[in-house]
Unconditional design. Structure first.
Lengths: 677, 183
């Protein structure tokens, strides 16, 4: 170790000296620090033990739950059988809880809500989302923080009443359960749809929580005028227009509950705002913090600054309506020019016979795509004698069929080869070109030269147009908002077309700043963007590597008067989709009678839920998992890869073949595996 | 899991919430992690607070350790992240503060300055304003690039560069005052 510092302007020497010194630091043992850490850690260790043992207790716990459901179901089906009812009640009340009479509380065992006070409902019975129970003195109240989420519920002292309205005293049990993702919603069989006077909508959830207080088998309520508070961190702070909803267990449906913290209804009708499916999907993508822009992939000849200039000029033309975005490009924004030309160079070419001479014809383009055919105005072709003897070719020329593509290649003087292509293949034959009667100064070389010029011009125009669109798409991220980075290129171009005002303002400003006309400005714009891309990439890597992921999400402090299930959600409307009457059967052909039906989009993480009688949207080609729970609590699934292959077009009804996944779908973890979350 | 069976057992115990295992892990690693926290803190009590948060984070996130890299490296990163988190929470604006409050002359009570030992250098580093000290540690000790530091602290890359340059300049001045024996 260097004992003395040698003065030097060399920063490396300074760094080396400090590094050597600090790496040799021995701060000494600090065993007394452990006491502080242990005191804090003591509160969390029970939860760690629970988390660790969850796997080993999951199967017997699930078996016990299923058993109790079975017994319970029997009770419900045979209400006159008192012995069965007693067994069911005993099953549901053997839940161990930790007795904590102080305000400091510890999480307890996994449990299920006590069903005794409720009418039987398969959704409640099948709920496999773990909850936590703590005991507390009603006279003191309780502040309980869920160690896994940090959400806190506070029940004021002496604020609870029994079902008969008398003040509750003594000890009570607080039950808290949180639903924080698709696996929980499915595992809890939670309905994910909402309706009001405007129609039906779906939830895109930012998390749900369930709070109940029980005493001696009764559910307690907040006394009139009293409120408890819930400090809740939404699972996704990227959701636009989230509102609070409450599950009305009597009516079995979600009810909008305006809250100053979460937002009221819109001013016009007092109802919660509705977003589009695209917005919901975009918000979900933003939640994953993966919405970094695309890094352009250049071809060898691409010059970035030139592409920036073209991109801005094209963007302005498109935004101002001087140019339109072709549908084929919106659907295939990354297609190469050659491939696009190959696909799009298709027309309807008819072989039109000379009115006086049936051995002569003219290839007429009915759509005008092959503009180069103008060069042959006043000319006719005649297949060579050999070809006329070819019966097949002659028949194909005579039968008036349409051809998609034509190419005419000069051989020598007026002799040429004509190639006609359709969807099944092509024919080619030699032909001679003749002038129509009355045409003077017939010069075949000049005619073919003009044909080649026009053909090249047409193809070059196409390539130039395609290149401008490609530049526009490749460079679009540079000028987008961070929200827009979360859109797929196809979705963004639709967004672009739907928001001409915003886009024109954006691209007009760029043009005015010289980005489309000054190469130096364009180059500087590109360099700045590259730098920003690197920074964004670094930030993303750091976020991925860090353990502090979502802790900046703000808590909502909600004051509530009813216990039950609450939902911090945005609601969205499904885009236009054909609907089908759905039937379900097992792979053995046995009919499945659904109690609940859900659909989960693998890409957008959007979940749709339906009542048994509802028709389902036919979302052909999309990776959708279909989940059905029947009245006996069995869970069936049609996996996304199989759904994507189904042809649901023009179908009014469809029977889905479902796989029994009951055993795997016992827990949220099981659902995570099934959905590959 | 890790190839070291002793470490594997220790980590498994910690994951199960066993206090003895957690204590053993603390005993084994706390001194080295305290050295990390001391560099980011302005004094020892603050470093001890950082260390406490580090160990709570270790026990909380231990299930995320996938044994792909050295456990010590994972601990070190967690200590740095926890320290940064601590500083950010205490005062999010401190990363942008300047040198105005920096004493140009270090007190002669600098610990063992004449011997040029690590505690004396640590003391000087701790005298830097929080922002400078953080940037200096991240670049000089952890070898983060300027861009990475900028992203981590939420400040611009140019600000990182200037803070680092000023931190070096100030440290050089103090080191000369403290360690160089003029005839």
């Amino acid at each position: 170790m260097e004992p003395n510092y040698t003065p030097s302007e060399d920063r490396n020497k300074l760094e080396q000296f400090v590094r050597n010194q600090l790496n040799g630091l021995t701060p000494g043992q600090q065993p007394e620090l452990w006491q502080r850490i242990a005191a804090e850690q003591q509160k969390l260790n029970p939860w760690m033990r629970l988390r660790h043992s969850a796997k080993t207790i999951a199967i017997p716990a699930a078996a016990a739950i299923l058993l109790s459901i079975g017994v319970w179901w029997t009770v419900e089906s045979n209400p006159q059988d008192p012995s069965s009812a007693t067994i069911a009640q005993e099953q549901s009340t053997t839940i161990p809880v930790i007795d904590t009479t102080e305000n400091t509380v510890l999480p307890s065992e996994i449990t299920q809500p006590n069903p005794k006070t409720k009418k039987f409902d398969v959704q409640t019975a099948m709920n496999r989302v773990p909850g936590l129970e703590v005991r507390f003195k009603v006279s003191k109240g309780i502040t309980y923080t869920n160690p896994s989420s940090g959400n806190t519920v506070t029940i004021p002292a002496a604020s609870l009443v029994r079902p008969d309205g008398t003040s509750a005293t003594g000890e009570a049990t607080l039950f808290v359960r949180e639903y924080r993702g698709l696996a929980d919603y499915l595992s809890g069989a939670v309905p994910m749809h909402y309706g009001d006077e405007r129609g039906g909508f779906f939830f895109n959830s930012g998390g749900m929580f369930e709070v109940r207080v029980r005493q001696g088998g009764e559910e307690l309520s907040m006394a009139p005028g009293e409120e408890y508070t819930m400090s809740f961190k939404p699972t996704n702070d990227m959701l636009e227009d989230t509102r609070l909803y409450y599950f009305d267990e009597v009516q079995g449906k979600w009810v909008f509950r305006p809250d100053p913290e979460m937002g009221q209804g819109s001013e016009a009708d007092g109802l919660p705002p509705v977003v589009s499916e695209q917005t919901a999907a975009r918000n979900n993508r933003m939640r994953t913090s993966q919405c970094t822009p695309f890094v352009p992939e250049f071809n060898r000849k691409d010059i970035p600054s030139e592409m920036v200039m073209i991109a801005v000029a094209t963007g302005q033309k498109l935004a101002s309506g001087k140019m339109t975005l072709p549908k084929w490009f919106v659907k295939n924004p990354t297609i190469s020019s050659e491939r696009a030309l190959d696909i799009l160079e298709r027309s309807d070419i008819r072989i039109v016979a000379h009115r006086d001479r049936d051995d002569q014809f003219f290839p007429q383009d009915m759509t005008g795509l092959f503009t180069e055919l103008r060069a042959f105005r006043g000319c006719y072709f005649s297949a060579s004698a050999d070809e006329r003897n070819n019966a097949k070719a002659a028949e194909m020329l005579r039968n008036g069929k349409g051809w998609q593509r034509i190419n005419i290649i000069q051989e020598s003087d007026a002799r040429c080869m004509i190639v006609l292509t359709d969807e099944t293949g092509f024919i080619q034959f030699y032909a001679d070109m003749y002038p129509a009667p009355g045409i003077q100064n017939f010069k075949p070389d000049a005619i073919f030269a003009e044909y080649r010029r026009l053909r090249t011009e047409r193809q070059e125009n196409f390539e130039a147009r395609h290149r401008s669109l490609r530049c526009f798409n490749m460079m679009a991220n540079m000028f987008q908002t961070e929200d827009e980075w979360c859109m797929e290129p196809e979705d963004w171009m639709v967004y672009f077309e739907n928001n001409p005002g915003i886009m024109q303002e954006r691209y007009d400003a760029l043009v005015q700043n010289g980005v489309s006309s000054d190469e130096n400005i364009a180059r500087e714009t590109w360099e700045n963007w590259r730098r920003r891309l690197r920074e964004l990439n670094t930030a993303r890597l750091l976020r991925k590597g860090g353990s502090q992921g979502a802790q900046y999400i703000l808590s909502m402090n909600l004051s509530l008067s009813n216990f039950g299930l609450y939902n911090c959600d945005q609601i969205f409307m499904l885009g236009n989709a054909p609907m089908v009457v759905a039937g379900f059967q097992t792979t053995n052909g046995k009919k499945v009678a659904p109690k609940t039906i859900s659909m989960v989009d693998r890409e957008s993480k959007i979940m749709l839920s339906f009542n048994p009688a509802d028709r389902l949207p036919a979302l052909s080609g999309r990776n959708i998992d279909v989940v059905v729970i029947d009245r006996n609590g069995k869970t069936y699934m049609l996996r996304a890869n199989n759904y994507a292959k189904l042809d649901l077009k023009n179908r009014s009804s469809f029977v889905f073949n479902m796989e029994d996944v009951t055993e795997i779908a016992m827990t949220p973890d099981g659902w995570s595996k099934l959905l590959e979350l | 899991m890790t190839n070291d069976p002793q470490l594997s057992n220790l980590l498994a115990g910690c994951r199960r919430g066993e206090v003895q295992a957690q204590r053993a892990l603390f005993d084994k690693h706390h001194e080295r992690l305290l050295a990390v926290c001391l560099r980011y803190a302005r004094d020892r009590p603050e470093a001890e607070d950082m260390l406490q948060e580090t160990f709570l984070a270790v026990f909380r996130d231990l299930h995320q350790y996938n044994a792909q890299g050295a456990f010590e490296g994972w601990l070190h990163r967690l200590a740095v992240n926890s320290s940064l988190q601590f500083l950010r929470r205490r005062n999010p604006l401190r990363f942008a503060d300047g040198l105005d409050d920096v004493p140009q002359q270090i007190q002669q009570t600098t610990p063992h300055a004449s011997e040029g030992n690590p505690e004396a250098v640590l003391y000087l580093v701790q005298q830097l304003p929080t922002g400078y000290r953080t940037v200096f540690n991240l670049h000089c000790m952890e070898a983060y690039s300027y861009a990475e530091i900028a992203a981590q602290l939420g400040i611009s890359e140019s600000s990182v560069r200037s803070q680092y340059a000023r931190a070096c300049k100030q440290l050089r001045l103090w080191l000369e005052q403290t360690f160089v024996h003029h005839p």
